[in-house]
Design a binder for this molecule. Structure first.
Ligand SMILES: Cc1cc2nc3c(=O)[nH]c(=O)nc-3n(C[C@H](O)[C@H](O)[C@H](O)COP(=O)(O)OP(=O)(O)OC[C@H]3O[C@@H](n4cnc5c(N)ncnc54)[C@H](O)[C@@H]3O)c2cc1C
Length: 434
């Protein structure tokens, strides 16, 4: 159980009645098939005060556990501080969207975004690894796992005793992930997996990885299955840890699967329905990950604001020059807009939890993709502005401005590129006007 008692769990007496929402838009037929509950049973959307208090808890945590020297060391050594998993677990942050029955906080997606933002503000790379575990793995298990799978895997993952990851991408299948080549052949009692997976966050450290593989290779998107792979299984290996431009210390691996036996009870969702599992999580993944670049934008302002107000040139603080004020203003507006966009989408999803479960309200695909598209591109610009505001000091590695820039750029590539996000938004509109 979480050692920090989040006040929502103690102090929420008054439950606001849920108004019956109308669908936000016409529902295309193919999307209806993918709908199911996205929240734990008995979920109640958190009140504003709950979220404020949760943010304060997260800030206390990052001040104590991820001060700047930890963030800098993680970047310099390109190594995740493994003791962090237990600390995150003890704080309750690894199961924000998970059912209380499995040790989670059952607080929903606004809360998850708040935690993701604050961890990423302290360290972009720890934030990325955090989301790969808590969203890509834990939440995916919550959404698609059988009761037995949840019972077997979630408590350890939520406590931080086990590390989770998700593996879709391959060398030759990134944006076009459905063209993946990893296969899963049916054998007695389960499946044998063969193939390689590329760029897998937490891959070198993970205990459990949700792996997508082709069970019916000729059937395209209708022949993919999701598996929960225990990395201790014979034939599983991490070929290498990648040396990256940024997000250093968020360990990224190339995974090799050679006749890895996965028992039938570890199929996540139904055989040949892996794309459904993928779709169940994709919108929410984009939404929660959008809080990563928001945290990096806040960190950029955390650096630029005090620096430009304390350093003087030409006998006045840098920030008293209008050209500098314009940069700071643009950074502030970008951050505030991105945060408002992400949290408003997350709030709508939390508020409409019953309607989503009843197939009465659609998660807005265009806004989940829109939130991360907007935040990611602004974060790169914001970090560039932070470097510029700090002048020569922005360009030396003893100050984290360069790290923020390198970390921010990832969010225009990982979890789908900016180009693909624009395509996703365009296609969502096309479906509405079919
Ligand atoms: C640090 C990091 C962590 C990651 N973590 C994970 C993880 O945990 N699990 C996982 O499964 N994957 C992970 N990924 C993989 C990530 O999702 C892919 O890198 C991403 O989807 C892009 O695929 P790609 O690299 O093959 O680029 P490509 O698909 O080769 O794209 C190259 C360029 O072409 C553009 N492009 C491609 N297709 C089109 C098109 N139709 N129209 C216009 N432009 C197009 C892209 O936008 C991009 O600019 C991670 C990647 C990184 C870098």
């Amino acid at each position: 159980m979480a050692s920090i008692s989040v006040p929502r769990l103690l102090a929420r007496g008054a439950v606001r009645p849920l108004c019956r929402p109308r669908p936000c838009c016409p529902r295309p037929q193919f999307q209806r098939a993918f709908l199911s509950s996205k929240h734990p049973s008995g979920f109640v959307p958190p009140a504003v005060e709950d979220l404020e208090e949760l943010r304060e808890r997260a800030q206390e945590f990052t001040r104590r556990e991820i001060p700047e020297d930890v963030a800098a060391h993680t970047d310099r050594t390109n190594a995740f501080p493994n003791e962090m998993w237990r600390k995150l677990g003890d704080a309750g942050f690894l199961g924000i969207t998970a059912d209380e029955e499995y040790g989670g906080l059952a607080m929903g997606y606004q809360a998850h975004c708040v935690i993701m933002e604050e961890i990423s503000r302290a360290s972009g790379s720890i934030g990325l690894s955090y989301a790969a575990h808590s969203q890509l793995c834990v939440n995916q298990l919550m959404l698609n796992g059988s009761p037995d799978q949840k019972l077997r895997f979630l408590p350890g993952l939520v406590a931080g005793e086990k590390v989770g990851a998700l593996a879709m991408s391959e060398h030759s299948a990134g944006s076009d992930v459905v063209s993946m080549k990893t296969t899963a052949k049916k054998v007695d009692g389960g499946f044998l997996l063969n193939g390689t997976k590329m760029w897998i966050t937490n891959g070198p450290d993970a205990d459990y990885i949700i792996v997508y593989a082709k069970t019916t290779p000729d059937a395209g998107s209708k022949g993919i299955t999701a598996f929960i792979v225990d990395t201790k299984t014979k034939g599983f290996s991490c070929a290498r840890k990648l040396d990256k431009l940024g997000m250093r210390g968020s360990n990224t691996g190339e995974i090799v699967l050679e006749d890895v036996f996965v028992p039938a009870e570890n199929v996540l969702g139904a055989v040949d329905r892996g794309v459904r599992v993928l779709m169940e999580g994709l919108d929410l993944e984009r939404l929660v990950l959008s809080a990563g670049p928001i945290g990096i934008m806040q960190a950029s302002l955390d650096l630029a604001l005090p620096y430009t107000h304390t350093r003087t040139q030409f006998s006045i603080p840098l920030a008293h020059n209008q050209l500098m004020q314009a940069k700071l203003a643009d950074m502030h507006v970008a951050l505030s807009s991105a945060r408002a966009y992400t949290l408003s989408v997350a709030a709508a999803i939390d508020r409409h939890h019953e309607a989503i479960a009843a197939d009465d309200w659609l998660i807005p695909t265009q806004d989940c993709a829109g939130a991360i598209l907007f935040a990611a591109e602004r974060a790169t610009l914001c970090a560039l502005d932070a470097v510029q505001c700090l002048g020569g000091m922005g360009y030396v590695n003893e100050i984290p401005a360069g790290r923020l820039l390198r970390d921010a750029k990832l969010y225009e590539i990982g979890a789908g590129t900016s180009e693909v996000r624009r395509i996703v938004i365009g296609r969502a509109f096309n479906r509405l006007y079919k």
